[in-house]
Design a protein around this ligand. Sequence first.
Ligand code: ATP
Length: 240
Amino acid sequence: MSETILKVAGLKVAYGGIKAVKGVDLEVRRGELVTLIGANGAGKTTTLKAITGTLPPCKVDGTISYLGQPLAGKQSFRLVEQKLAMVPEGRGVFTRMTIHENLLMGAYTRRDQAGIDADIEKWYAVFPRLKERSAQLAGTLSGGEQQMLAMARALMCHPTLLLLDEPSMGLSPIMVEKIFEVIRDVSRQGITILLVEQNAKLALQAAHRGYVMDSGAVTMTGNARDMLDDPRVQAAYLGE
Ligand code: ATP
């Protein structure tokens, strides 16, 4: 079995009196695309924020390890140096920088200028819309364009693990299709991905394995294909 890249054990998060995550265990192995699905408020984003250390002050218990080392207490900006990249919900692009500058920021830990330039051109080829607008301020881009930029920026650091929070949110069906095509492509290139998604069908179709979260707990896990065929998943999350 391949190496465990990310291991979350017994994670509990409480915002004041609200227990948002109630003892979650999950694991992502090298090369896997794992998806975390579940209804609004299930605790998916909270779980991702616990991994990246970006939770607001609140009570956190449990352990999170990345490449066998505990992540607790690491400043979140240090994670990129360890090749752990996150595309947060709402994209998080640098709104007052151009597209090009955002992409350069994604590569700030790298020193290989020729490689950086080549990667930027590669992403411009994947997303021609970004190339056309390379000098445009990111804050003036549409939601879909910001999502493309946020993904390309995260991938500029050549991550070992990519965390994606709701990449399809607020996008048109064509844009969702495009973003998922890129996610599948990135996964085929061997990058390990943890994908939080409300669009359970698309997420399970793209993923190797899945976890279902409900009211702060993991209620189901398994092979993504089997989950797509599971009548309980179909009834609760696939609208079938
Ligand atoms: P969605 O798909 O709607 O984003 P989610 O599964 O990602 O949902 P979370 O955002 O993790 O869910 O929220 C889990 C619970 O924690 C919710 O009940 C939410 O209201 C609560 N919560 C999240 N952030 C905070 C916060 N900063 N302060 C207080 N409660 C919060």
